[in-house]
Design a protein around this ligand. Sequence first.
Ligand code: MV4
Length: 521
Amino acid sequence: MFSKVLIANRGEIALRIIRACRELGVRSLAVYSDADAEAPHVREADEAVNIGPAPSSQSYLLGNHIIEVAKEHRAQAIHPGYGFLSEREWFARAVRDAGLVFVGPPAEAIAAMGSKTAARTLALLHNVPVVPGTTETLKDLDSARTLAESFGYPVLLKAAAGGGGKGMRMVREATELEASLGAAQREAKNAFGDDAVYIEKFIEGPRHVEIQILADSHGNCLSLGERECSVQRRHQKMIEEAPSVAVSSDLRQRMGETAVRVVRAAGYVNAGTCEFLLGADANFYFLEMNTRLQVEHPVTELVTGFDLVQWQLRIAAGEKLPSVHNDIRPRGWAMECRITAEDTAHGFLPSTGRIDYLRIPSGPGIRWDGGIETGTNVGLHYDPLLAKLIVWAATRELAIERMHRALLELTIDGVETSRDFHLRLMEDGEFRRGEIDTQWLERRLPSLTSVAPPEEAVEAAVIAAALLADRDRGRGPARSDSTAYTATKPGLALSQPLYNESGESDGGDRWRRTARLEGLR
Ligand code: MV4
């Protein structure tokens, strides 16, 4: 095992990697921008080095500078986390060329999966099902027309260099094709510097199900089962779970074997994820491979017992995976909510400010992978992900109850967060029945973002306002930083009506109770 690893990332994922290092007896070397001088990952690491100003283009994305820091401080490996440099082929190669170990796949495997048309070609060559469509990029309008007819409308135009939903255009009928093709090519050129576009049959209402794999450098490859990631908004996942209600053990076996075929075909080593569309008819289609550790990796950890980050480090250090192929079955249910600094009531605009109060949920089955603390300034330089709240329970129903309870315990003051939105999701009937697909959240958004409070909630709010006004009579106007109104703050508003004097739950109907509490704000 390595004696020191540089962590080329920030926030919750940097802390996650530091924890894995510590458990393996590996020294951690953090890097940080000026904006992160006081960040938890800097303090928690064994060593930390400032690498530049706040913009990531001048700090976390400076691969060559980060490699120099690793050499200077005698780290033997670099863990990129997710985002930033994690899927840059040139960086994986530069780390290797510097005589260091990249904790991730070989540069060649990143390249093999970087082009979506190349990935489709590779998949087809190895009997991996892909959505009906082309592996060649579209040459002209006439050939696009012929191809679209042959697959049948609606079709989807996708950027060959794309991924994650960028540069995608749906075409409902032949008359739209010309304009859509032009738009898709311009978008692709802008986003990826490459205007190559290909065509796929559009699959209606699919689920997004992905398979986590681990592959070592000795030719062993394990599937750790699926994650259900259908609850997304504009290609940003909001909730992930493992397993998926839509995946039987037979389907899991077949998807796992398919993912392993992709991994072997790409010469892939380390942790990776194969993304699939799962149709309502239980047909599945390989979409793309994510050649990194993913944000939602904890749900797989909780149902399989594998520490994915430790295994990334072990694999990078040349260790072998255990031979346990047939023993990997998901145990219980895990669910993750991405707690972001976004104003869900106003179009999910990023929210900024200082975290001036933070109450982290705890108790049975709760995991908090966070990158914030009281005093953290949330700005606009980086991703709005503040923390991941992850729960485990024996069944999906119990996991949802537990998540709801954990969200009630969570208070973040100072910035708008997705916490309330996640509470509403946990209360949603369709979500609770598992009736979700990739179009579900956008369809449900209006009803989730504008919950009209029930009549008794309005009544309670009026009484609360009157009581507060009476209590504060004669104190003069409240200052904006006043704590006189803390009773309207979520944590306090919650802790009072939820429990009676003996500290027991009031036993009331929890959905109405939440609505009442929400009305108090
Ligand atoms: C599709 C599709 C329907 N049919 N391809 C979006 C992200 C990228 N990885 C692929 N995506 C999709 N590809 C065909 N042929 C629907 C989506 C899609 C989607 C996929 C996964 C998760 C969320 C999604 C939301 C909208 C559309």
